[in-house]
Design a protein around this ligand. Structure first.
Ligand code: AMP
Ligand code: ZN
Ligand code: ZN
Length: 419
């Protein structure tokens, strides 16, 4: 009896929280594949968030190791700067650097709009006006090819007014078995309703990496579980007999950071003069009055230890995060970049032992994976490290989706990896 009462109290307490989670599939009616698109192959684009370039070998992800050997394996894939989730997932599907597509960080300030974007603010995440470029699913739908998304950054917002035909509002409560079954159900729809591009996102490896660090047994376990889920997905999809291509990627890696000696807010920053955003390894300062930029920059340069200070104008070119790159005017006037494994820490909660966000050209631990297999891909191919903006042309090519807009990625992988 006591147990039942405790359970009831628990349910009453948790009830509203559960009730708030939206797990309903959104389906846009009256959309059909054109007859020409029905002849096309299929692509499942999968991201396991925070899957570092060396995890499959380090943690013996047997299934993934087997599949990459049958298809294409990159030495590693480089995320764009900053190596965070929102900028990089959106770079993968647009072929654009963060400064070109507008999602310059997980949280940022837009001085023209006088508004903050945050990945935790649903009203921003679902507002298409924040998102530039043409995501692959928009490209597909524009050409009368249906797309589906079991999560991806940007997939919940109408971008250029277009959402994928099938999609979900991001949540972490739908069990993996149900998610896999949904993908199979999509592929078993009649040809005119069957999506040819499916995005699929898994957060668990990133969660473990943050909470326990990239070297922890819990992270090994998360990689092992992910490997099992990838096998379940692939075997279930194989039952459909359809020509399905798999592109397995991630947004960034993970580094064990220095949690003992974190960097406090530099004394030179007067928060009445600057809007401060970011944290960890990248802090952005937006001047309320541009006159404050130079003197503060000079003070910061004098004070700076274990981090670099740049004005937006003088940002290192290879980061594509300077004044010339800043299409949406969202990058800060002054940027502070810590030296790995140092992090800024401004909150009262303890810092996470695993973090990411550093310049991937300097910190190898930020590199991630690209494994691809299926009928469109050459077999047993190894390619050198490349940048994630180069994935877009490969997927567009497999699906036969032409585009005329400019992207930052190059087509060099198309020849190298496709049959
Ligand atoms: P990061 O620390 O940059 O790796 O951010 C990872 C977090 O992004 C994960 O914990 C996910 O819960 C979250 N995330 C991923 N996709 C979405 C989405 N579409 N909407 C909201 N949050 C998301
Ligand atoms: Zn991430
Ligand atoms: Zn993360």
């Amino acid at each position: 009896m006591k147990k039942i009462v405790v359970l009831l109290i628990f349910l009453l307490w948790q009830g509203p929280a559960f009730a708030q989670v939206d797990t309903v599939q959104r389906v846009i009616a009256d959309r059909y594949n054109s007859p020409a698109q029905q002849e096309k192959p299929y692509v499942i684009l999968i991201s396991a968030d925070g899957f570092r370039y060396d995890y499959a070998d380090k943690y013996d992800a047997r299934f993934l190791k087997g599949m990459r050997a049958e298809g294409v394996e990159a030495e590693s894939m480089l995320p764009a700067f900053p190596s965070k989730t929102f900028p990089n997932h959106y770079s993968i599907v647009t072929g654009l650097y963060p400064s070109s597509h507008g999602l310059i960080n997980n949280h940022f300030y837009d001085p023209q709009r006088k508004e903050h974007y945050s990945m935790r603010d649903r009203s921003k995440v679902e507002d298409g006006s924040w998102y530039g470029g043409t995501p692959l699913w928009v490209l597909a739908e524009q050409q009368q090819m249906l797309a589906a998304s079991f999560f991806w950054v940007g997939s919940e917002a109408p971008i250029q007014g277009i959402l994928s035909t099938y999609h979900y509002i991001y949540n972490e409560v739908i069990p993996i078995e149900r998610r896999i079954q949904t993908v199979v159900d999509w592929l078993e729809l009649p040809e005119e309703k069957r999506p040819h591009l499916i995005t699929f996102y898994l957060p668990e490896v990133d969660h473990a990496g943050h909470r326990y660090g990239p070297e922890a047994p819990e992270t090994r376990q998360a990689v092992q579980d992910l490997d099992k889920h990838m096998q379940m997905l692939t075997e279930a999809v194989a039952q459909t007999g359809l020509p399905v291509n798999y592109v397995f990627v991630s947004d960034h890696g993970m580094l064990a950071v220095d949690t003992k000696n974190t960097l406090p807010m530099p004394a030179a920053i007067d928060t009445s003069k600057f809007m401060v955003s970011g944290g960890g390894m990248v802090v952005e300062l937006h001047a309320k009055d541009k006159k404050a930029v130079k003197p503060t920059y000079r003070k910061l340069k004098k004070e700076a230890k274990e981090y670099a200070v740049y004005t937006k104008k003088k940002m290192p070119k290879h980061l594509r995060y300077g004044t010339k790159d800043d299409k949406y005017g969202r990058i800060g006037d002054i940027l502070l970049l810590t030296d790995a494994p140092k992090v800024f820490h401004f909150s009262s909660r303890p810092p996470a032992p695993g973090q990411h966000g550093y310049d991937a050209t300097k910190v190898k631990e930020m590199h991630t994976v690209f494994y691809a297999w299926g009928p469109a891909f050459k077999q047993g191919i190894k390619v050198e490290s490349f940048r994630n903006v180069d994935v877009y042309p490969v997927i567009a090519e497999i699906l036969g989706l032409p585009y005329t807009h400019k992207i930052d990625g190059s087509r060099h992988l198309v020849e190298k990896t496709l049959k």
